[in-house]
Design a protein around this ligand. Structure first.
Ligand code: GLU
Length: 411
């Protein structure tokens, strides 16, 4: 059986909601097809003088509610299909948490761990030159995603400003020194922890009694682990793509981080080594996939033991696995809600850049929690009203908002 592409997977997840909303085929096409998609060639000189040529992408999905917004991913497997699906998710995410953005995504098909800093700078600046005309502070605003970080955003800001004049609001997720928002780096992980707390309360799970397994220990996984630990949650397993560790008595995330800083891997102490696949099948109450798409699909869905899955990554559960796990009564907190803290604080950064007036990080986190709380309440209410899953409820709210903006504005 051939595997669904990312877009097929994502669109299949939407189909039930489209049916319920009785959308016409033309409306479905309008909502699933991107507004614009671009691939550019990025040649750069690498160390030693050789030439390497990469492919860069930007997909702008929908701008009915505001400028295109979404991250840039540097990953060897990135392609146009994946970028399209991820761009669409950004539209729903922004609509669900009710911020004035549409959705976009982009990136470069490259393994950033195999490049040195000056090669990455050259690559990013060349990408910005090629995509420059498509971007704009009121048109399309990139941000970090997998494989990129605040340094990448600083390079984009510099390259764009050279050509178009000083424009900090052209990207979000910048370092604080050049207009980044205090709290942006922590935002996605903190938002996921906040979602976990909200949904535990909702379904009657006591935070101090639950065990959690986290797949992915990058920026999101780290801040998520920090917040969950502060909330009294026991983290029993953490992994990265090469594998991870398990300890039924609980792991100390900070020690693991220190191992990783020193050795590049999270192994150490008396923790049991596990594979990345083992992590997903860990005996725990809550599983948090915080890495790639389709981590949970037909090959492992029957082995998932957790009661709840909180989607810190985008699209970590395939369509087929979603149907199976829902049928088994598992609670899935959907990506467009669970990981929306990142784009939300990006919005705060964009607002601050435009006003040149900066907030303290406490203010950012407080505003984030308030806005996310409202979105959680709306999703829970809608799921009860429609007797639907949280995912369908979240999509329903987002799609209704986007459609309404399209119809109000006309074409
Ligand atoms: N890359 C993040 C996401 O997938 C954040 C995007 C943004 O801040 O624009 O939600």
């Amino acid at each position: 059986m051939s595997k669904n592409t990312c877009c097929e997977n994502h669109n299949a997840l939407l189909e039930r909601v489209f049916k319920k909303l009785k959308l016409k085929d033309s409306e479905k096409q309008l909502l699933t097809e991107p507004f614009r998609e671009v691939r550019v060639q990025i040649p750069i000189r690498v160390e030693g003088g050789g030439l390497k040529v990469f492919s860069g992408y930007r997909v702008q999905h929908n701008q009915a509610r505001g400028p295109f917004k979404g991250g840039l991913r540097y990953h060897p497997s990135l392609n146009l299909d994946e970028t399209r699906a991820l761009a669409q998710i950004m539209t729903w995410k922004a609509a669900l948490i009710d911020i004035p953005f549409g959705g976009a995504k982009g990136g470069i098909s490259v393994d950033p761990t195999k490049m040195n800093k000056s090669e990455l700078e050259a690559l990013t600046k060349k990408f910005t030159q090629k995509m420059g005309p498509l971007l704009g502070k009121n048109t399309d605003i990139p941000a970090p995603d997998m494989g990129t970080n605040s340094q990448t955003m600083a390079w984009i800001f510099e390259e764009y400003s050279k050509r178009f004049g000083y424009t900090p609001s052209i990207v979000t997720g910048k370092p604080i020194e050049v207009g980044g928002a205090a709290g942006r780096t922590e935002a996605t992980g903190y938002g996921v922890a906040f979602a976990t707390r909200q949904f535990c309360e909702e379904v009657g799970l006591n935070l101090e009694e639950v065990s959690v397994a986290i797949q992915g220990f990058g920026n999101v996984g780290y801040y998520l682990a920090e917040r969950l630990t502060a909330m009294g949650v026991k983290i029993v397993a953490i992994s990265e793509d090469y594998g991870g560790v398990f300890n039924p008595d609980g792991l100390d995330y900070m020690t693991l981080w220190e191992y990783k800083e020193k050795t590049g891997k999270i192994y150490g102490g008396r923790n049991k080594k596990i594979s990345n696949d083992d992590l997903l099948e860990t005996e725990c109450d809550i599983l948090i996939p915080a890495a790639m798409e389709n981590a949970i699909d037909a090959h492992n869905m029957k082995k998932i033991k957790s009661k709840m899955i909180v989607e810190a990554a985008n699209m970590p559960v395939s369509f087929c696995a979603n149907e199976y796990l829902e049928g088994k009564g598992k609670i899935i907190v959907p990506d467009i809600l669970a990981n929306a803290g990142g784009i939300l604080v990006s919005y705060f950064e964009w607002v601050q850049n435009k006003q040149q007036f900066y907030w303290e990080s406490e203010e950012t986190i407080e505003r984030m929690e308030k806005k996310l709380h409202k979105a959680f309440k709306n999703v829970v209410f809608r799921a009860k009203q429609d007797s639907s899953s949280y995912r369908d409820a979240a999509f329903t709210i987002a799609i209704e908002r986007v459609l309404s903006a399209i119809h109000l504005r006309g074409f």
